[in-house]
Design a binder for this molecule. Structure first.
Ligand code: SF4
Length: 466
């Protein structure tokens, strides 16, 4: 574990790490374990890492299970499913622990904390503190105040819509591959999405800060970074650089071996970005996650996505023309309000026409504050379920055929970790395929040639080329 803030984080002077540490009683964390239960998107996973890092700097010890902890935090995403119910049910499982251990404190953060604020404590008094997505850096102080005053607190669960976004990467053990936030929030207001309400309006980090983070991570042994934002394509730094400029600089000026990014928005994905990807291959990986959500233009308009089916397909053509080997994945919402069977068929033909190797498909579920939640023509649950299953069945067959092309090829695999089975290691190809093969753990962090012997949609099996 690293306790030195500058070493652990590559902190940028004045860039906002633990801004309130001057008032923090450092003894609060002494002898206390912290466990964070996380569900949601990569953004939430990154936030959890940030919370652990900040609490570790305040002398809390990250622990592996809730049973070992004095502080339990539930960091919950509210994009899908029934997040608030999940939080209540998880808190309920800690009842006995709370009764036996008067030192135990339970907190809720993430989008659910942002969305529900004091309601969480009103409905579930076992919760001691709630905090929003913009107040993570104040977490050590918040926890200290909860211990010192022994009273439930809700802290600034309010999104600062246009506050500067100076938040350096905090990651305790980055390993071979890690994520670097380049922006947060979103201005797009897709009619189904809660993100602009829970994470606020879009804010980009200064280009120089992102570059400094990546250089620091390289010094710590990181070989691959994924640039992360709700919509990376609308990144704009104070100096006028756009996302293509940032990608080029990260690839050329940091010493990193591989760069990825997620998530893209089709309306902002442009030729300049494709040109930068092409010019910087293989360092910039030939893999793009480009959510289309629906294959039907009327539904896309109701979703407020800002493009039609035809325009999406034109972008795909543009990408495939420049990068013929590109691997594509996407997000899809099935059963958006008003979606007819015919319109759903457009989603199926879109999947087939583009040839996505991976799809992340979900049934539409209404989210608070969003426009689509108020649409009256909601699709019945059983229809949504049937359509989703049908989509997965069709894609499963397609995906098996698509990945067959890897068999017999030799791919460059960046080794990430040793498997639980001794002698086996796992790495990732530029196409974002996981590969399992026999090899020594000494290869972790190296890029090695692996001949693919068997391809499945989610993983490949191969043999190290000696
Ligand atoms: S682009 Fe749309 S779906 Fe993505 S985060 Fe923004 S509002 Fe949500």
């Amino acid at each position: 574990m690293e306790h030195n803030q500058t070493e652990a984080s590559g902190a940028i002077p004045g860039a906002g790490a633990n801004p309130s540490s001057a008032t923090l009683n450092q003894d609060i964390g002494q002898g206390r374990g912290v466990f964070i239960s996380t569900y949601g998107c990569q953004m939430n996973v990154n936030d959890t890492e940030r919370m652990y890092s900040l609490l570790e700097m305040a002398n809390f010890t990250p622990v592996q299970t809730a049973e070992e902890a004095s502080v339990i935090i539930i960091n919950a995403c509210s994009i899908r499913e029934k997040p608030v119910h999940k939080v209540y049910s998880e808190v309920g499982t800690y009842r006995k622990m709370k009764e036996k251990n008067p030192d135990l404190r339970i907190g809720v953060g993430g989008c659910v904390g942002q969305q529900e604020k004091e309601n969480l404590i009103k409905k579930q008094p076992m919760i001691d503190f709630v905090f929003g997505t913009d107040t993570i850096d104040n977490l050590p102080n918040l926890v200290a105040q909860v211990y010192e005053n022994d009273k439930a607190r809700v802290v600034n669960a309010k999104v600062e819509h246009r506050a500067p976004y100076h938040v350096e990467t905090l990651v305790r053990n980055p390993g071979v591959s890690t994520f670097v936030n380049i922006a947060k929030g979103c201005d797009n207001f897709c009619s189904f999405c809660i993100v602009p309400f829970t994470r606020g309006r879009e804010k980009s980090r200064p280009l120089s800060h992102v570059l400094m983070d990546v250089r620091t991570l390289v010094k710590r042994g990181v070989k691959e970074v994924t640039l992360l934002g709700q919509n990376v394509n609308s990144y704009h730094s104070e100096c006028g650089a756009d996302f293509a400029d940032l990608l080029q600089k990260v690839a050329q000026e940091t010493g990193i071996e591989r760069v990825r990014y997620t998530t893209s928005h089709p309306k902002d994905f442009n030729q300049k970005l494709v040109d930068v990807m092409y010019a910087n291959q293989p360092k910039v990986c030939e893999y793009i996650h480009l959510p289309f959500q629906s294959g039907n233009s009327r539904i896309l308009e109701r979703m407020n996505r800002g493009y039609t089916r035809e325009q999406y397909l034109e972008k795909i053509q543009m990408i495939k023309k420049a990068i013929p080997n590109v691997v594509l994945s996407t997000d899809i919402i099935v059963g958006f309000p008003g979606e007819t069977e015919e319109e759903f068929q457009d989603t199926i033909t879109m999947v087939q026409e583009v040839g996505f190797e991976t799809i992340f498909a979900f049934k539409y579920s209404p989210r608070p504050f969003t426009k689509a939640a108020k649409f009256e023509d909601q699709v019945p649950e059983d229809v949504k379920t049937e359509r989703l299953n049908r989509l997965f069945d069709i894609h499963d067959i397609m995906a098996f055929d698509l990945v067959k092309r890897y068999e017999g090829l030799t791919l460059q695999v960046l080794v990430e970790k040793a498997d639980s089975v001794e002698g086996k290691i796992t790495g990732r190809t530029p196409e974002n395929k996981l590969v399992h093969f026999l090899g020594s753990a000494d290869l972790i962090g190296q890029t090695v040639p692996v001949k693919i012997t068997k391809a499945f949609p989610a993983v490949l099996r191969g043999e190290l080329v000696q």
